[in-house]
Design a protein around this ligand. Structure first.
Ligand code: CTP
Length: 404
């Protein structure tokens, strides 16, 4: 179940605010992820950005007035409202918020909004004093109680020179929150603990032992779980990735630090997914100063790190425990051995070290293994889709466990 915009009809309402310059980028992100986007803009928005820009980027006609094209516009708002999966107004001005809160329909966008029954998301963006004005706040409260979602603006320096709340969030953030609205919430209130990325075991103050894990798979799982309604904590080794929105992050470096964070959070979790590529060994001493290259050979003594997942398996009570098996050969045998040895409810096996699966890639080819000996094989997919397939199986188990 891919929680993205594939084949979704999104209507983007654009009002006349300086932040309108960010909206072509939002439109581009949505279209790139498979959405069909239609734009309705107010006359004032045209003062900030041209209709042609949105037409070119969306590949669809843009609606500014209900009466622009020989009758077409007059019924278009009903058709677009009926087929939309979600509507997002960005930037939403104080004027538009006021009109929507009071059922006023005096232009194409406000009229269209009266006919919409799908998800409606409002992104206010304006001067701080306007945003904090009692009337605007009151109108937003009304919209929220009417079931619309208000995306809080960011605080920062605004175009008018004032510093405070009122800045439109980034297009990536808005697209992510819109994506969340479109996902089913089958993991609502589940507490999910995910570990991702490599660990880094120091040799001296400037060197370390690590591996090629990018963290992409674990981050994709954390993001998808948050979209599906879960409370997610992500214990992450060092990666170059941006924290998924709405996820509680715990940054660690070594396997020992990762173990501590996982043990601390396991008890309060319903589901634990251990994706991290833990370094199996660490130098038995960490040199206080940089090791100088005076000798021809340097021999490092390594100690075995704790198997964190195995330790979690021993402590497991009510949790669903999921592991990963990264193999270069004999996937079935090794994955099943790890599933049993670590007391898991599922293990995700993948062959690493090729261009379409495993470390650093955007795609993965996985097989899921279960304690009853069954397995399910999947074709190569983007990691976001792998994450959702994995969560589908977990959500199914949550439902079955709840019924028993
Ligand atoms: N794992 C862990 N702690 C370790 C090693 C691995 O928690 N010290 C977890 C990983 O996060 C993963 C699973 O165990 O979910 C399997 O990891 P993998 O690297 O495939 O196998 P290992 O158990 O380390 O065994 P081997 O390296 O011999 O294949």
């Amino acid at each position: 179940m891919p929680c993205i915009f594939q084949d979704k009809n999104i209507v983007l309402g654009v009002c006349g605010g300086i932040a309108a310059y960010k909206i072509p980028e939002l439109l581009r992100i949505l279209v790139k992820q498979g959405a069909s986007v239609k734009v309705i803009m107010t006359r004032n928005a045209e003062a900030f950005i041209g209709k042609v820009t949105f037409e070119a980027l969306s590949g669809n006609p843009v609606c500014v007035s209900l009466f622009e094209e020989e009758n077409q516009g007059a019924i278009r708002h009903i058709a677009w409202a009926q087929e939309s999966d979600a509507v997002i107004i960005a930037p939403a001005t104080a004027n538009m918020i006021g009109k929507l809160a009071n059922g006023i329909a005096d232009d194409a966008l406000s009229t269209f909004m009266l006919a919409v029954t799908s998800h409606r998301i409002i992104c206010p963006a304006m001067n701080t004093n306007m945003y904090e004005n009692r009337a605007v706040q009151r109108n937003m409260d009304i919209l929220e109680s009417d079931g619309l979602i208000i995306l809080e603006p960011d605080a920062g320096e605004l175009a008018c020179g004032v510093t405070g709340a009122g800045r439109l969030p980034s297009p990536e953030y808005i697209a992510d929150r819109l994506g969340k609205q479109l996902c089913k919430k089958d993991l609502f209130h589940q507490k999910i603990l995910v570990s991702a990325g490599p660990t880094m075991e120091p040799i001296d103050p400037v060197r370390f032992i690590s591996n090629h894990s990018s963290g992409k798979m674990g981050y994709a799982i954390a993001k998808a779980a948050e979209h599906r309604g879960a409370d997610v904590t992500l214990v992450s080794g060092p990666t170059a990735l941006r924290a998924p929105i709405g996820v509680h992050m715990i940054h660690v470096k070594t396997a020992d630090e990762m173990a501590e964070a996982m043990f601390e959070n396991m008890e309060t979790s319903d589901i634990v997914i251990k994706v991290a590529a833990v370094a199996d060994y660490k130098p038995n001493v960490q040199a206080e100063h940089k090791i100088k290259k005076k000798d021809e050979k340097l021999i490092l003594q390594l100690d075995k790190n704790m198997d964190i997942l195995k330790a979690l398996g021993k402590r497991k009570t009510h949790q669903i425990l999921v592991g990963f098996a990264a193999e270069t050969q004999d996937l079935d045998t090794h994955a099943m051995e790890k599933l049993q040895e670590k007391n898991l409810d599922m293990i995700v096996g993948n062959i690493v070290g090729n261009s379409e699966s495993g470390f650093g890639t955007d795609t993965n080819k996985v097989t899921l293994y279960f304690p009853d000996g069954k397995k399910k094989q999947f074709p190569t997919m983007v990691k976001d889709d792998v994450a959702n397939i994995l969560l589908d199986h977990i959500a199914e188990k949550v439902t079955v466990d709840a019924e028993n």
